[in-house]
Design a protein around this ligand. Structure first.
Ligand code: DX5
Ligand code: ZN
Length: 214
């Protein structure tokens, strides 16, 4: 399993320390949640923080934009060091164009779906996507409860990807913990994001290790 711990639950007064801990752990990527207070009812951090984190991180940055008009920030996201740019389907009127722009900028293109958005919305673009991020909580906050219906969506997305014959990854974000992670792996998830499950644990590296072993 690819593990992408979420920086949202890190100690913002000690970001370098927490990023160094992740560098030394089995974490594969570092998930960075950007919120604008418009697309979601919360504000987190922006590009200067990601740029600073990129200087310390030795693992690729998986940037999840919970913002309106994400197509306006492709260059900035690339310049601050992102390897993967996640945009919400619900935020993009011209999703195909935005995905092509992300790839042309040299990043992996990922599209995120909110819990109420059906998988079928990606049917005509699945072959262009490096990854689909399924939200298993309503975006905006860490520490929320996993929505069980996500398991069904993972299976449905796996079928769509197999039918299209692409190698698109399935990432799951929200309420992921060591108890539900085996179910997510079994349903077909390739990448797990975990914020509070990692950072509120007494031994974050042990949690990451157990997720990575799935
Ligand atoms: C929620 C963010 C998540 C968040 C997950 O809107 O997209 O990445 O950090 O946090 P947990 O794992 O605590 O649900
Ligand atoms: Zn996220």
């Amino acid at each position: 399993m690819i593990v992408s711990p979420s920086l949202l639950s890190a100690d913002f007064a000690n970001l370098a320390r927490d990023v160094e801990m992740l560098n030394e752990s089995d974490a594969d990527w570092l998930h960075c949640d950007v919120m604008d207070g418009v697309f979601v009812p919360n504000i987190s951090f922006g590009f200067p923080v990601i740029e600073a984190v990129a200087k310390t991180a030795s693992i690729p940055l998986d940037v999840h934009l919970m913002i309106v008009n994400p197509q306006n920030y492709v260059g900035q996201v690339r310049d601050c060091g992102a390897a993967i740019m996640n945009v919400h389907q619900e935020a993009c009127v011209h999703l195909h164009r935005t995905v092509q722009a992300i790839k042309a900028a040299g990043m992996k293109a990922a599209v995120t779906l909110n819990p109420a958005t059906p998988i079928v919305m990606l049917e005509d673009i699945i072959g262009d996507l490096d990854m689909v991020l399924l939200m298993s909580v309503n975006p905006g906050f860490g520490g929320q409860k996993f929505i069980p219906r996500t398991l069904h969506k993972i299976r449905e997305l796996r079928e769509m990807i197999d039918a299209a014959g692409t190698d698109t990854l399935i990432e799951v974000d929200g309420g992921v913990n060591v108890n539900n992670a085996p179910l997510l792996a079994e349903a077909g998830a390739d990448v797990l994001v975990a914020g509070s499950a990692v950072f509120s644990a007494p031994d974050p590296k042990a949690i990451i290790r157990s997720l990575a072993a799935l």
